[in-house]
Design a protein around this ligand. Structure first.
Ligand code: GUN
Length: 297
């Protein structure tokens, strides 16, 4: 029988534990603060950022949201980031990607104080993660690890195949699963748009992670018997709904679930975990910046 992974339930557990960590910080007079910065009129990005702010409110994190005009010069974004870097009430800064075309994303990622980089995208934090000494794990890969752990999916010795090589998901997840650690120790294969004989590789996976941004392209033919299938995709496709679209993953759920042992749905799989791990990193950041030991889930 295939089991469907409940990302909402695992994310709720993470949030509940974090509420206790936030109380520890509160007792020391520290309220964790997360700043989100949006410079884009992409409707999906607007939705993500507002959900992140709502999450903060729910668990007792002080959320600050800055929205910049999409026509504003890049310098305005840099000034905003400088101010947030200097603000002691802000422990985490998240600049929602993608940014408008006239802004250099790499420069922006470098300009966030690495101690406040709760996305884990600053080169210093990327380097630390690759070296096995991570400070902030990027939220989606970390959320995937927590889901695997919650469902007792052993990574040690497993063949983990990741489809997608983005800086946000594929590359950091590959590095995390590769680490000499209980939630790593996997044999990792990273596939991408130029990979030959893709299905042959994905069928060999004990853990198959789809993170390529291609709607429903992983089907039963590409999934090994009993594999754990983790769908990171969130694609808006035209549909006859009130909104005019529906959300689908990178996995053709109905087809793949015939082969999988465990599978995440979209929505309700990885998405809520990404949001929960952002709260986790913000609480961690508040602890680190105030020299307070906080227990983390
Ligand atoms: N855009 C898509 N995913 C992410 C994420 O995890 N962080 C940021 N900052 N932007 C994103």
């Amino acid at each position: 029988m295939t089991e469907v992974i409940d990302g909402n339930a695992v994310a709720s557990e993470v949030r509940e534990s974090l509420t206790e960590s936030i109380e520890t910080l509160d007792a020391e007079g520290v309220t964790p603060g997360l700043a989100t910065v949006l410079m884009s009129d992409d409707p999906a990005s607007e939705t993500y950022v507002s959900m992140k702010q709502r999450d903060c409110e729910e668990v007792g994190i002080n959320g600050i949201h800055v929205e910049l005009d999409t026509e504003a010069p890049a310098a305005e974004l840099h000034d905003t980031i400088d101010d947030l870097n200097d603000d002691p009430a802000v422990h985490g800064i998240l600049v929602q990607m993608p940014l408008v075309d006239h802004v250099d994303e790499r420069r922006v990622l470098r300009s966030v104080d690495p101690m406040k980089d709760v996305d884990g995208f600053h080169p210093e934090n990327v380097g630390r993660l690759v070296a096995g000494n991570d400070r902030y794990r990027p939220c989606t890969p970390h959320g995937v690890q927590k889901l695997l752990e919650a469902y007792d999916v052993e990574t040690e010795g497993a063949n983990a195949v990741i489809v997608g090589r983005s800086n946000i998901v594929g590359k950091p997840l590959a590095n995390l699963l590769l680490q000499k650690a209980p939630d790593g120790n996997a044999t990792v294969t990273v596939c991408h748009s130029r990979t030959e004989n893709l299905a042959e590789k994905t069928r060999n996976a004990d853990i198959l992670v789809a993170a390529a941004g291609m709607p429903e392209f992983i089907d039963a033919e590409m999934v090994g018997d009993g594999a754990t299938v983790i769908d990171v995709g969130i694609n808006r496709v035209d549909a006859d709904t009130d909104k005019g679209y529906e959300l689908v993953g990178d996995v053709d759920f109905e087809s793949a679930k015939e082969q999988a042992g465990l599978i995440t749905p979209v929505p309700g799989g990885v998405g809520p975990m990404t949001r929960a791990m952002l709260l986790y990193n913000t609480v961690k950041a508040a602890g680190l910046q105030n020299d307070i030991d906080v227990e983390l889930p």
